[in-house]
Design a protein around this ligand. Structure first.
Ligand SMILES: [Ca+2]
Length: 462
């Protein structure tokens, strides 16, 4: 017979009150009373429930001691847990803070429960699941498949071509404000852009590639668009030397003012995501010391977030709708995990062969989307790991990237960085932005923010 913990995990009865936290929330240890038994009339003083404990037989074959020989444990109704200070009293579980809720967007804690709600532009799909769905705009899954970018309109079951006749598209992202798609081509070692099909109120009928002339020795491996500052970030790997050298680069979305912002201690960057609202960026490195790192969007305040239990991280994604949680896939471990932006609350969401080695991941509403390289599939599953994976598209020849295209993906109402006085790049930092000059400092104009140093920072606002 098993015992259900406050967090709804189940443990064996023999694990109760054995001084080991088997539940994970200590609810198998907090309400322990080692003497006396309890009965229905007084519940041993427990506020909600009590359960008598039976000591295990001391030797095999010996008579099993009577119920209550091991004392008793107090436990609580669902949504409550024994107080850490009073082992008979029940207190509310804050599901929103402990991350045990299943709200796809907003969570409010209630006494003994919690409730889900949705952001502007979304509504609950039903009264039970906590799933938020957008009320306007199609959910379009944009994915790269070798030389082309395809788009799949989920609710209409329609597919169309965004870009074709490229070489080997490695990474994609888009600017939701200007409705432009960006991609990195690892064969041409360049980055290109195009208007999205149906952009400019439907005037754009097909994609047209514009090369941003990034051609160099390094291969671009991941890209991310900063919609708030019209900057393009990407990672690249230079394999010319004895050891691969990775970099995080930034330029304007038209290719100007290109410069490296992180260039030491990276080997093989595989993915990059930005959170302009928070002024932070994250990248994964699948080099000899695999890791996920965070820094401000100007390259400062860098630190590693995940360095353990990680093999080949790929596909970072931020759930902008749910507390900006960070998801990632590990294509060697066959896992999809999540964490808070400070690295806490790490949790395995999905694991096992059923994932088929995800190489790119995205999250929107209540779903995760990923592509698998070997089996060539585009797959969807609930972002809390409920249910089973659903194959949206298969027989893809060389899929590399997936991105959910939707007008409400980002909170673009966040004020654009106040960058008027920056002569070159203006990069987001938490609560503000910084002017950063390009490598060759531009001629100083009278009204410019000073830019004579190789890299000059100026906090514009806080
Ligand atoms: Ca609660």
């Amino acid at each position: 017979m098993q015992y259900q913990c406050a967090n709804r995990h189940c443990v064996e009865r023999t694990q109760l009150c054995d001084l080991a936290d088997d539940c994970g929330d200590a609810s198998d240890e907090r309400g322990c009373h080692h003497t006396h038994t309890c009965d229905l009339s007084d519940k041993g003083g427990c506020e909600h429930f009590c359960t008598n404990l039976t000591l295990p037989a001391l030797t095999p074959g010996a008579a099993i001691p009577a119920p209550g020989s091991g004392g008793y444990i107090c436990s609580c109704f669902h949504g409550w847990i024994i107080s850490p200070t009073d082992k008979k009293k029940c207190i509310d579980v804050d599901e929103c803070a402990t991350g045990t809720h299943r709200c796809s967007q907003l969570c409010s804690n209630l006494n003994g429960s919690f409730s889900c709600s949705c952001r502007d532009g979304f509504r609950l799909a039903d009264s039970l699941s906590g799933v938020c769905k957008s009320t306007e705009g199609d959910v379009v899954l944009m994915f790269a498949n070798g030389p082309e970018i395809r788009a799949f309109v989920q609710d209409k079951n329609e597919e169309f071509n965004v870009i074709g006749a490229e070489k080997r598209i490695e990474a994609i992202d888009y600017d939701p404000t200007n409705e432009m798609v960006f991609w990195a081509d690892s064969y041409d070692k360049t980055i290109k852009r195009s208007y999205m099909v149906n952009a400019l109120n439907g005037q754009v009928k097909s994609g047209f590639a514009q090369d941003l002339n990034m051609k160099g020795n390094a291969k671009p491996t991941a890209i991310a668009v900063d919609y708030s500052g019209e900057n393009l970030y990407w990672t690249e790997t230079d394999r010319a030397g004895s050891k691969p050298r990775g970099r995080v680069m930034v330029a304007k979305t038209d290719g100007r003012y290109r410069r490296a912002i992180v260039s030491a201690g990276i080997e093989s960057p595989t993915s990059l995501v930005l959170d302009p609202q928070m002024g932070r960026m994250f990248w994964s490195d699948a080099g000899s010391a695999p890791k996920i790192e965070i820094c401000w969007m100007d390259g400062s305040k860098r630190r590693p977030l995940i360095t353990e239990n990680i093999r080949h991280p790929t596909g970072l994604a931020i759930d902008y709708g749910m507390d900006h949680a960070v998801y990632w896939a590990d294509s060697k471990l066959n896992t999809i995990e999540m964490m808070k932006q400070d690295g806490s609350g790490r949790k395995v969401v999905l694991k096992g062969d059923i994932l088929k080695h995800p190489i790119s991941l995205d999250v929107f509403e209540s779903s995760l989307y990923w592509v698998t390289r070997e089996s060539g599939e585009l797959v969807r599953q609930d972002k809390f790991g409920r249910g089973v994976p659903f194959v949206i598209s298969k027989d893809l020849v060389n899929p590399s990237a997936v991105k959910v295209y939707h007008p409400l993906r980002y909170n673009t109402s966040v004020a654009a960085a106040r960058c008027g006085a920056c002569p070159a790049l203006c990069l987001r930092v938490p609560g503000g932005a910084r002017c950063v000059c390009d490598g060759a400092a531009p001629a100083k104009r009278a009204h410019d923010t000073p830019c004579e140093q190789r890299m000059y920072y100026n906090v514009l606002y806080r």
